[in-house]
Design a protein around this ligand. Structure first.
Ligand SMILES: *Cc1c(COP(=O)(O)O)cnc(C)c1O
Length: 417
């Protein structure tokens, strides 16, 4: 069905995309807080169950509030459908398990978000699904890492927290040539810096908990299906019946009818409402996040207590040129920097008065964390070094406060080391 909002510009889609007029003239999507949906007749319920008629049956499978959010998120990435999930990890698990089976392999970036790294290395390996990790900025390593059993490539637009920036369109060509889909976790960049359709991704993943929500109030995730991968392939015999019936929608159909429904990591209606509210201001917030991050990076680079700063927006970053090309001179709101050692990093964090010390990114508030002792503390030295995590490193998610207050806070803490 054609969506009347689909032709709007990106910034208008953020607010109006997929949004139907609400009851009594409401301008926000109604929170349909209902577990299940009654139909007048047994025939109608059968028709909805069998997909002969649109409608809702049970919130684990679908919900009107969540569906409204899904339509908007699909439009933002130029995708054909989206599935909202309980968290970003739920989105990754659901998308990957829709594609791979026991005995299959994944080719993944070695600088993934810790939760994804541990899902691939520890959890999925115990179900017979193994992962090869390669440096995603080394295209030969990506090409050579794919073998006959590889069924998908998984990368992040900007690695969290390594801040590396792979050339996604070039990786898309490699995946395409190998006949396997490219899954891109675009949490750090959001559709504001680049839409999934322009990056060449087949499936885009978002942890909507981060910038899309923007207020630190809600955990959520999304899987966007760009609808361009050809699932009719010897590599994907388990897609055959879905392909025959649903063609370009084969991935979404297999995810919705099997994995998402069976794993049950659905979005809660209240969370879908909060995410639909949050995403409206995404463009404005991302502009400020990016501008503030660039200014903070420059300030840190000039400070004599700071050993190094890693932000793709800095001209001496090895990732600057690729980021500039792919993300139109916006470099995101996350950066890392190094002090002398762990003790100094701890003293710095303890000396901050404005920035919060917690495990999140993408909040309006400035957030800091010492990754080595927290989100990456389960990993050994070798893995930490692959992920670009050192003991001396602090990660910052630069908020949208006035930049002078952020800089003053950092300056105060640095001068009191
Ligand atoms: C936070 C994050 C995730 C996981 O999302 P949750 O909503 O916390 O489950 C995945 N990928 C990246 C890049 C993230 O930053």
């Amino acid at each position: 069905m054609a969506d009347r909002t689909a032709t709007y510009s990106f910034d208008t889609l953020l607010i109006h995309g997929g949004l139907e007029p609400g009851p009594a003239g409401a301008t926000t999507v109604p929170i349909v807080q209902s577990s299940a949906f009654a139909q007048a007749t047994a025939e109608e319920l059968e028709d909805i169950f069998r997909g002969r008629k649109p409608g809702q049956v049970y919130t684990r499978v679908g919900n009107p509030t969540t569906e409204s959010l899904e339509k908007r998120l699909a439009l933002l990435d130029g995708g054909q459908t989206a599935i909202a999930t309980a968290s970003g990890m739920a989105a990754i698990t659901t998308a990957v398990m829709t594609i791979v089976r026991s005995g299959d392999e994944i080719l993944a970036s070695s600088s993934l978000f810790g939760g994804t790294f541990s899902l691939f290395r520890d959890t999925l390996s115990s179900y017979g699904i193994s992962t090869t990790f390669v440096d995603p900025t080394d295209l030969d390593a990506v090409r050579n890492g794919i073998n006959d059993r590889t069924r998908l490539v998984f990368v992040e637009t900007i690695g969290n927290p390594k801040m590396d920036v792979p050339d996604i369109p070039a990786i898309a060509l490699i995946a395409r040539a190998a006949g396997i889909p490219l899954l891109v976790d675009a949490t750090v960049t959001t559709p504001c810096l680049a839409r999934g359709c322009d990056l060449g991704a087949d499936i885009v993943i978002h942890s909507t908990s981060k910038f899309i929500n923007g207020t630190g109030s809600t955990i959520g995730g999304a899987i966007v299906d760009l609808g361009r991968f050809d699932w009719q392939s010897d590599k994907f015999p388990h897609f055959e019946t879905f392909y025959k019936k649903y063609r370009a929608f084969a991935f979404t159909a297999r995810a919705r009818k099997l994995v998402h429904k069976d794993f049950g990591a659905c979005a809660a209606p209240m969370n879908s409402f909060l995410l639909a509210e949050g995403v409206e201001t995404l463009s404005l917030r991302m502009e400020r996040h990016c501008a503030n991050a660039r200014k903070l990076a420059q300030f840190l680079q000039a400070h004599d207590r700071v050993r190094w700063v890693n932000y793709p927006g800095l001209e001496d970053s090895p990732y600057h040129q690729v980021a500039k090309k792919l993300y139109a001179d916006k470099f995101g709101g996350v950066l890392t920097f190094g002090l002398a050692d762990k003790a100094e990093a701890f003293r710095f964090i303890n000396g901050l008065r404005l920035a919060k010390n917690l495990a999140n990114i993408g909040d309006a508030k400035t957030l800091v964390i010492h990754p080595a002792s927290t989100i990456c503390s389960d990993f050994g030295p070798e893995e930490k070094s692959l992920m670009g995590v050192g003991e001396e490193m602090v990660r910052v998610s630069v908020g949208i406060e006035a930049i002078n207050d952020i800089i003053e806070d950092f300056d105060f803490a640095l001068n009191n080391l």
